[in-house]
Design a protein around this ligand. Sequence first.
Ligand SMILES: C[S@@+](CC[C@H](N)C(=O)[O-])C[C@H]1O[C@@H](n2cnc3c(N)ncnc32)[C@H](O)[C@@H]1O
Length: 226
Amino acid sequence: MERKDEIKSAYRSLGKSHSLYDGMMTASTFIGRAICKTVWDMSPDDVLEYQARVFETLPADFSGRLLEVPVGTGVLSVPVWKTMPNADITCLDYSEKMMESARKRANELGVSNIRFIQGDVGDLPFQNSSFDALVSLNGFHAFPDKEAAYKEIYRVLKPGGTFCGCFYVEGSDANTDKWISGFYVKKGFFTRPFETVDSLRERLEKMYTKAEVTNINSIAIFKCVK
Ligand SMILES: C[S@@+](CC[C@H](N)C(=O)[O-])C[C@H]1O[C@@H](n2cnc3c(N)ncnc32)[C@H](O)[C@@H]1O
């Protein structure tokens, strides 16, 4: 099975995640699918596609040190971490509550090569060049201090290390942008300023040796090498 198919099948196996948040992130519930369509103009296949595009950046037999920030409830990542038993995985999030679900999920799935740390992406509690890979899913549109986050992630990544992830970018879908401004920002789920696909590409190309940015509607997917 190709890596992308393995990842997609890991999500499918997640199945019936009943929390609103998890259902929305995986388009696995009726409400989740409705939100993905209405807000993001995405089908469940689009959702699987953008997530798989991020994870296929990492080799299936990845065995280095990996940092995921923010892990949230781990709904997107922990099933993939289960497929990498030789990796040394650290997950960080600001919210203990979100991470509680991630911890529970890791226990239930029997993922033991993983630790969870409460912290701030803008002030990471790690030495320079500590990680071989850094994964950030749907975090940058939420981080309050994005400049600090870009800097800290770069600092803790080893030269030659991989930085990959995805997040919302404005300017790709007017309807999504309206929802983000009218609801997500007002509710505090998302924080300005937002990147566009082009501004993100320009930023990452300046910072990293190699940078690739693609998008599916308003979600940008990036893969960089330091
Ligand atoms: C939209 S969720 C994404 C979570 C997960 N990666 C996913 O895709 O489901 C955003 C997460 O960012 C976390 N977060 C926000 N600001 C943060 C910060 N400064 N440092 C670390 N995590 C932060 C929130 O607690 C929340 O869990």
